[in-house]
Design a protein around this ligand. Structure first.
Ligand SMILES: Cc1cc2nc3c(=O)[nH]c(=O)nc-3n(C[C@H](O)[C@H](O)[C@H](O)COP(=O)(O)OP(=O)(O)OC[C@H]3O[C@@H](n4cnc5c(N)ncnc54)[C@H](O)[C@@H]3O)c2cc1C
Length: 203
């Protein structure tokens, strides 16, 4: 950052190097990506420091391509994360309820706990999912998940849904796969979407 400041590159409100959607900085022929760069959050449109290897890699590829004359738009930033702690996987994508309210969004958040496999099949686990959706449109804005395995797959699925502007109704009715040893008829995240959908219909 010292180098960036010394060179007169514009530093933004979040404390990172500012760029346009092609990752061009305020100095000609200088591009930015990674932990030192600010990005626009896909939902709030506010500048954020993502500080994630996922975004650093995607923006690094785009910045490299653009430095060589390309016109690749920087990948959207939703903050999809997953980690394992003492055998428990913790996944998050998009906004939490607090972040959504801080961004003045009118949201509904519901938490469910649903088994990953049918009750008549051994194995599986109760998966808590908290989902956040915009009240007016029903669009999914975020989710947090706790489970022993496959949190990354659930986070990635919801991430794609958010980026595509999918509503809780569309997500709840999605053609997800089912087979007792692999997945129940309803995935926990689909149950979370269904719960919000019903609540929105009642309000
Ligand atoms: C402990 C830890 C765990 C993480 N886990 C995850 C994770 O699970 N998932 C995830 O998405 N992200 C994770 N991250 C974040 C991720 O590592 C960073 O967001 C990503 O590496 C940022 O990439 P970058 O290219 O901006 O910086 P870096 O990867 O830090 O690369 C910067 C490079 O520049 C070099 N350098 C520094 N100064 C100079 C200099 N003066 N001259 C020449 N070279 C220099 C450094 O040696 C380094 O190689 C983790 C970070 C940490 C610290």
């Amino acid at each position: 950052m010292e180098l960036a400041r010394a060179s007169g590159i514009h530093i933004g409100k979040a404390g990172g190097i500012v760029s346009d959607k092609f990752l061009r900085t305020s100095v000609e022929n200088v591009f930015t990506c990674g932990d030192c760069a600010e990005s626009e959050h896909f939902i709030t449109k506010k500048p954020v420091l993502s500080a994630l290897g996922t975004i650093a890699s995607r923006h690094g590829m785009a910045a490299g391509e653009n430095a060589a004359g390309g016109e690749r738009v920087a990948a959207p930033v939703l903050g999809a994360t997953v980690m394992r702690l003492f055998g428990l996987e913790i996944g998050s994508v998009g906004l939490t309820e607090t972040q959504a309210k801080d961004a003045n969004l009118d949201v509904i958040a519901m938490q469910v706990k649903y088994p990953s496999l049918p009750h008549y099949f051994e194995g599986g686990e109760e998966v808590p999912v908290r989902m956040i959706a915009e009240k007016q449109t029903g669009k999914i804005l975020g989710a947090q998940i706790l489970c022993r395995e496959a949190a990354a797959l659930r986070v990635n699925l919801i991430s794609t849904a958010i980026l595509a502007g999918v509503t809780v109704s569309q997500f709840a009715d999605s053609d997800f796969c089912y087979s007792p040893p692999c997945s129940d008829i309803w995935a926990p995240e689909a149950i979370a979407a269904q719960t919000i959908m019903r609540r929105l219909k009642r309000s």
